[in-house]
Design a protein around this ligand. Structure first.
Ligand SMILES: Nc1ncnc2c1ncn2[C@@H]1O[C@H](COP(=O)(O)OP(=O)(O)OP(=O)(O)O)[C@@H](O)[C@H]1O
Ligand SMILES: [Mg+2]
Length: 520
């Protein structure tokens, strides 16, 4: 069978193009030899399962009794009585799949007379005694376990850890999931005094997976070229890396869309423009990965972070669990310059998803934007938007999604531009914590139009200050884009301002560039 770019679940060497999975982790064999317990945490679809399955296979080749098992069945079962049988079932199933009969654990009913909450430990002791070789467990989706079940799981592992060793208890256990151990501990603190952290050495034992590097992406795409002769141009590789920052699923998804749908003629090279088209198709297809990301935006703790990143002028709650959570989800990253979307593709998805929802329940407005020559009449467009905003702002703010109220003007304006673009064009969005503004570049009919969106927050700001900052920022942005004219839209969110006070019109010369400042 021909290999292909995998976009569903873990990779398999025989069927998928893939990078050596284990090489993505530090060498964990010494950890097993030292009998350490550890946590592997990384965002969704980064290759955790692929890497850990490969690691288990290598340990088995060395003669260890190693299994990879998933605890996903434990999801939603917070009571020990319900969850514990699923753990035993998962271990049994995993052993059946990957070990010869003589190395499997004893039958599950051998522990059915043990008290609940001790069965797992007894079972693992019996298994270790039976095989008399090092037993290693890699427990995937460990962060779906919650409540008293989580406390019990960690307690039983801890109790066994004290006596671990060949013939006694698994010598090494890895917990795999999205969240770090610290967060398991926070979750499990519901009243019961546990200290389950001790076996899992937090400093030495918390690993994560990096994204693919530029070279990794080139190597992966090169496998397709080797198999089929179809080339990815260097610019295409570059563009794919840029859109994804090397996020493993996205890297595969862009390539899959190109070679399976957009350019099926293998004699045609994949270009950067194809990657751009694949990016657009991926966003519009609402693939599960992006859809799940979109769902996360509804969570209030995620909203707190995302809104601050989007507006660029709000305090990001860096020290909070909310922020750690958003980072663990893989949604945002935190370079020195300030928090931002984890990659340009997510940056676009977040903004589009939120702005789409903001406008979804409004009647289709009519916008007089087209000139006879097909270009945009931007002044007419801004005037029409201003009027429409004046009529609808109150309703829009009232109906805004939880956690995104301050961002309503930004989201609505983006939604509005998206409609324009749906008739043929492109929007590039720039936003990040600390930027102080949302920058939009609209490319349409061969022309570039630049907009900078700022707001006057309800407190601590004056029009003069915001205007002054905005003029400076947009001058830099106009330079970067290479145009001499742009729009600075300032939304006034101070209480008690009348529309007469809010609506201002001013054209300003900033170092030879024309900035049209519009208050609303
Ligand atoms: N070694 C690899 N080489 C190339 N692509 C990979 C590799 N590992 C993972 N991927 C990509 O990442 C996707 C997810 O892989 P996998 O299921 O192993 O990740 P995961 O982190 O366990 O995901 P989940 O969070 O859904 O459990 C794959 O479908 C594939 O697109
Ligand atoms: Mg997985």
């Amino acid at each position: 069978m021909r290999r292909f770019f995998n976009t569903t679940g873990p990779c398999d060497e025989a069927r998928h193009y893939m990078l050596p999975a284990e090489a993505r982790l530090p060498d964990l064999v010494p950890w097993v030899e030292r009998q350490l317990y550890f946590v592997l945490h990384a965002a969704r679809q980064t290759g955790k399962t692929t890497a850990m399955r490969a690691f288990a296979a290598r340990l088995r080749e060395r003669g260890d009794v190693a299994v990879w098992a998933t605890l996903e069945e434990s999801q939603g079962r917070t009571e020990v009585s319900e969850a514990e049988p699923t753990w035993l079932g998962a271990l049994w199933g995993a052993a059946e799949r990957s070990l010869p009969p003589e190395l499997r654990p004893p039958p599950r009913d051998s522990v059915s007379t043990e008290p609940e909450g001790q069965r797992l430990r007894t079972y693992l002791c019996a298994w270790a005694a039976r095989v008399n070789r090092p037993v290693v467990l890699l427990l995937d989706e460990a962060d779906v376990v919650s409540g008293p079940a989580l406390v019990s799981l960690l307690r039983q592992l801890r109790a066994g850890f004290m006596d671990r060793g060949v013939g006694k208890f698994p010598v090494s256990v890895g917990l795999i999931g999205m969240r770090d151990l610290r967060d398991y501990l926070t979750q499990s603190k519901d009243g019961s005094p546990v200290n389950p952290g001790s076996p899992f050495n937090i400093k030495a034992g918390s690993l994560t997976l990096r994204n693919f590097s530029h070279t990794d992406v080139a190597t992966l795409y090169g496998q397709h070229t080797a198999d089929t002769g179809q080339v990815f141009t260097p610019e295409a590789v570059e563009r794919a890396f840029w859109w994804t920052s090397g996020q493993p699923f996205l890297v595969n998804a862009l390539a899959a869309s190109c070679v399976d749908e957009l350019v099926t003629d293998r004699s045609q090279a994949i270009t950067a423009a194809d990657i751009d088209a694949a990016k657009e198709a991926l966003i519009l297809s609402r693939t599960t990965h992006l859809d799940a990301l979109g769902q996360r935006l509804r969570e209030p703790r995620v909203a707190r972070v995302v809104q601050a990143v989007l507006l660029g002028d709000m305090q990001v709650p860096y020290d909070s669990d909310d922020f750690t959570y958003a980072v663990d989800l893989g949604l945002v990253v935190h370079p020195k310059s300030g928090a931002q979307a984890a990659n340009p593709l997510y940056r676009e998805v977040l903004a589009r998803e939120l702005s789409y929802r903001t406008q979804a329940n409004l009647a289709e407005p009519w916008w007089p934007w087209s000139r006879p020559d097909g270009t945009l009449d931007v002044p007419a467009l801004v005037a029409a938007f201003t009027e429409w905003w004046r009529q609808n702002a109150a309703v829009l703010e009232e109906r805004s999604q939880e956690g995104y109220r301050e961002a309503v003007p930004h989201l609505v304006f983006m939604a509005f531009l998206q409609r324009v673009v749906n008739g043929g064009g492109r929007i590039t969005r720039e936003y990040a914590a600390g930027r102080g503004a949302l920058d939009l570049l609209l490319e349409y009919a061969g022309e570039k139009h630049v907009f900078e969106i700022k707001r006057i927050p309800a407190r601590h700001a004056s029009l003069q200050r915001v205007r002054g900052e905005g003029l400076q920022q947009i001058a830099g942005y106009l330079d970067a884009v290479g145009v001499t004219e742009g729009w600075l839209l300032i939304f006034d969110q101070r209480a008690g301002m009348s529309w007469e006070e809010r609506l201002t019109v001013e054209d300003v010369d900033v170092g030879g560039k024309l900035v049209r400042v519009r208050g609303m």
